[in-house]
Write a protein that binds this ligand. Structure first.
Ligand code: OFO
Length: 166
């Protein structure tokens, strides 16, 4: 195998990102389970779909490392909670998580730029954009939850909102 074409610092950051992506998947699978237990069938389906997509994001990083002759380090994903006070708490947790992941990619992109590693910088721009969209999705779900207000049909209506994302 040829030498790895990415700096050690970037390799560490990209490997950490693989773990983050797989942890995102665990978080959404656990949220999906919570939603199912609350009777939000479409919400559960949506979060399982998002979890599957997060697995794909992790795999994309592994493939990129391979393309650059580098070994991917697969570390355990963080365990995720399936216990929330209510839907609002769950959605806010999702929002905060995506902001965290987003900041990670912004930081790594800056490292790539500072090293003139334009290949990695361009690769990472996909993740930066993806994260921006995911933050918007959570923000909009939180807005929908607040706009529906504290009425008995809230969960039923939120499940309709979740369905519109499928
Ligand atoms: Fe991988 O997109 Fe969010 O975490």
């Amino acid at each position: 195998m040829k030498n790895c074409l990415i700096s050690n610092k970037l390799q560490i950051s990209l490997n950490k990102s693989i773990q983050m992506e797989f942890s995102s998947a665990m978080i959404y699978y656990a949220m999906s389970s919570y939603l199912r237990s609350e009777g939000l069938k479409h919400g559960a389906e949506l979060f399982t779909k998002w979890a599957d997509e997060e697995m794909g994001h992790g795999k994309k990083l592994i493939e990129y490392l391979d393309d650059r002759n580098c070994l991917a380090k697969i570390e355990g994903a963080d365990s995720a909670t399936n216990s929330f006070k209510n839907l609002e708490e769950m959605l806010n947790a999702g929002y905060e998580h995506e902001v965290l992941v987003s900041n990670n990619y912004i930081k790594i992109s800056s490292i790539a730029l500072s090293e003139d590693d334009n290949t990695t910088f361009h690769f990472l721009s996909w993740y930066v954009n993806e994260q921006k969209e995911e933050i918007v999705k959570f923000r909009d779900l939180i807005d929908a939850y607040n706009n529906i207000g504290d009425i008995p049909e809230r969960k039923y209506l939120m499940d309709k909102v979740f369905k519109s994302y499928l």
